[in-house]
Design a protein around this ligand. Sequence first.
Ligand SMILES: Nc1nc2c(ncn2[C@@H]2O[C@H](COP(=O)(O)OP(=O)(O)OP(=O)(O)O)[C@@H](O)[C@H]2O)c(=O)[nH]1
Ligand SMILES: [Mg+2]
Length: 230
Amino acid sequence: MVLLRHISTALTAAVAALGSALFIALSFFYTRRVRSAHADYCPISEEEEERGKRQVLVLGLDGAGKSSLLQSLTSGDWAARRGRCRPTRGGWCRPTRGFNFISLNISAVQLDFLEVGGGEDLRRYWLDYLRKTHVLVFVVDSSDRPRLPLAKAELHRLLRAEPQLPVVVLGNKQDKAHAVSGSELHEALALHAVTADRKLFLLTSQLDSGAVRKSCQDLDTFQNLLLQLL
Ligand SMILES: Nc1nc2c(ncn2[C@@H]2O[C@H](COP(=O)(O)OP(=O)(O)OP(=O)(O)O)[C@@H](O)[C@H]2O)c(=O)[nH]1
Ligand SMILES: [Mg+2]
């Protein structure tokens, strides 16, 4: 049993490392690194900014609905109305063992959505992705009351790391019994403690794959907000 657990931990770490390595390789391919005398590099190149490329980082605890959000953005009427999209990985409804990436072209802006899995072993890598990001979307399972304190701790860890980064908190699974309301979520996540100079918004949603149509309005609001923040 102990041996099996060790093997499982090693495999999980290997998959996480592989996911990170793949993302770094992908980033290297798509961005031009600008090295300074101190071998530091500019994470978002001016060239990218000018081309209207913006990165939206999607984080949140495992099972919160991050993949469902990406899937909703690339599904059905909403995507058809809003623009061309190209998912690069399958397996939306399984826990994400590395990352998922989609790209939407909307009004001359390329929105690159990157989800990094929310499992405990993957959260330690979250901070590595913040520097390349224009907006952070933090998805919370509003019905997972026992883990709201953990969601709060993880969110505030990210906020401390990037004091200026605009943030959209998405209180998902509003359709579920016992889901907390937007105002309860505001309290539970201590959003009142966030300083006024940060752009921070709280939206609620239900992104269950069976409810894509119902969530169109949520997604419209979400997308319009992102475009304003970028
Ligand atoms: N009832 C309900 N279920 C949802 C909703 N959004 C997502 N789900 C379900 O919640 C489960 C987890 O959703 P995912 O999108 O895979 O969660 P995730 O945040 O990507 O999780 P990780 O990849 O493990 O970090 C799936 O079975 C979804 O169908 C929602 O709004 N309502
Ligand atoms: Mg996922």
